[in-house]
Design a protein around this ligand. Structure first.
Ligand code: BES
Ligand code: MN
Ligand code: MN
Length: 453
């Protein structure tokens, strides 16, 4: 292990510059105009794996965006890890809020600013470079390594699922290493043992065939924007609880043990509030902020639109209105059941005299993985070695849908490594990633490969 760490020390600048190169690639999976950039991202990752000594290739099946896969079978007597990450990033908009351009990585006060630096290019590259450190320094790797790095994570794409289905037999591994969650605090890593699931539901309301004069027609037909607002307002009660019948069916309760575990996480509520910029914290009554964000399900309106949005006022009854919503799920909830409950609720409360159309989007189950297995303990030791601090066991509020697919198709449990400082502004302007977290990430990978039980 010392030799691998020495290799890192000797290559610090080169590794950081490689991250900058990776960050300059505009691999925005949500935007068609960036399709070529996404492909360039896949090719960059493939070449980087090869350069590290890992055989790599690109998988495409004619739909969606490429998945990069790789492998280095060192010795069949050794354990096998499967490395997962994503090279696609969220759209950078709104651009005017970035202090420096999103695809020109810039360092201020030891922190990198760029779209995708924390989510998930930095942590993913760190794991590849960690493997390289072992291979370059010892001509060997203490584990067999399989790699799957996708380009559709941020859009919930299915190409990776088909890849896993097709190649399940080749992908057998003891654990899936995923560095795509945040740590507990600056310099304090986490081993994440839970992720929330996701259910997507959209509403489209139409009324009159075109926007109408609100003087001539206002008061004579239903207003789609008003109808939508009334419908959305039925989703929660005044205390922030979801008011959809059946929504909470099966929810694993936050029992005393879980409460105590969550209470131990060094979570700074005021810092969390400051990160958001919101005037106050708010959420479901009866739960702490950290319980709300990781162990309780929610319904969120992601976008709401309809009618005139331009300058000044315009006296119309709009022809249509709509909204996009996502539910975050916790263990015990069945995504199909939750989606059905949402649709039934929306149909039941649909205001009369407008057309209400409800669209069902993708779903994903929540993740819960035992943090006391030998592999989880090895991951904890590795994080401790890299950070000089023992990791906090915690759950996260976000979702990584493919984790379930690994579990279901391959039976392989995840090791979710939290290596970066929270408050990274993932999906927001001025996404940030401390340079030191990048090196700690590489050291975590080096230690994990060396710690395999
Ligand atoms: N890295 C995140 C997932 C994440 C976020 C984990 C916060 C832990 C805490 C991932 O890239 C992501 O953004 N996932 C999406 C999934 C969706 C697009 C299907 C999410 O959670 O919204
Ligand atoms: Mn991510
Ligand atoms: Mn993301």
């Amino acid at each position: 292990m010392d030799a691998a760490l020495a290799h890192l020390e000797a290559n610090r600048d080169r590794y950081l510059n490689e991250l900058f190169d990776f960050l300059r690639i505009r691999s925005v999976s949500a935007q068609r105009e960036h399709e070529e950039d996404v492909r360039a991202g896949a090719e960059w990752v493939r070449a980087r794996l090869e350069a590290a000594g890992i055989d790599a290739a690109i998988y495409e099946d004619g739909s969606g965006l490429p998945t990069v896969y790789g492998r280095r079978i060192q010795n069949l007597d050794q354990p096998t890890l499967l490395l997962y990450g994503h090279y696609d990033v969220q759209p950078p908009e709104p651009l005017d809020l970035w202090e420096t351009p999103p695809f020109e990585p810039t360092v201020r006060d030891g922190v990198i600013y760029a779209r995708g630096c924390a989510d998930d290019k930095g942590p993913t590259l760190a794991m590849i470079q960690a493997a390289e450190c072992w291979i370059a320094a010892t001509d060997s790797l203490p584990v067999n390594l399989k790699v799957v790095i996708e380009g559709e994570e941020e859009v919930g794409g299915r190409v990776i699922e088909r890849y896993l289905e097709k190649h399940a037999a080749d992908l057998a591994a003891d654990a899936v290493v995923i560095a795509d969650v945040s740590g507990a605090a600056a310099g304090v890593p986490s081993l994440c043992y839970g992720l929330r699931g996701l259910v997507v539901v959209d509403i489209n309301i139409t009324g009159p065939a075109r926007d109408l004069h609100s003087g001539t027609y206002g008061g004579t037909v239903a207003n789609p924007a008003t109808a939508l607002a009334r419908l959305v307002a039925t989703l929660h009660d005044d205390e922030g609880r979801v008011a959809v019948e059946g929504f909470y069916d099966g929810v694993q309760p936050v029992d005393d043990t879980e409460r105590a575990r969550i209470a131990e996480v060094p979570f700074d509520e005021q810092a969390h509030l400051a990160e958001t910029g919101a005037p106050a914290l708010f959420g479901e009554a009866g739960f702490t902020t950290l319980e709300r964000k990781t162990a309780r399900p929610t319904v969120e309106v992601n976008g709401i639109f309809g009618g005139y949005q331009g300058e000044g006022s315009k006296t119309i009854v709009p022809a249509k209105a709509g909204c996009k919503m996502t539910c975050r799920l916790v263990p015990g909830q069945d995504p199909a059941h939750v989606q059905g409950a949402m649709v039934a609720h929306l149909e039941k409360h649909a205001p009369s005299a407008v057309n209400v159309e409800i669209r069902r989007g993708p779903v994903a189950k929540a993740v819960y993985s035992n943090p006391t297995t030998p592999w989880a303990k090895a991951a904890c030791r590795a994080l401790e070695t890299a950070f000089g601090k023992s990791p906090v066991l915690m759950r996260e509020g976000g979702s990584i849908p493919v984790v379930n697919t690994f579990q279901k198709l391959l039976g392989t449990p995840p090791l979710l490594l939290g290596t970066y400082t929270p408050g990274e502004r993932a999906h927001s302007p001025n996404e940030r990633y401390p340079i030191e977290d990048f090196y700690r990430g590489i050291r975590t990978g080096i230690a994990l490969f060396g710690e395999a039980p």
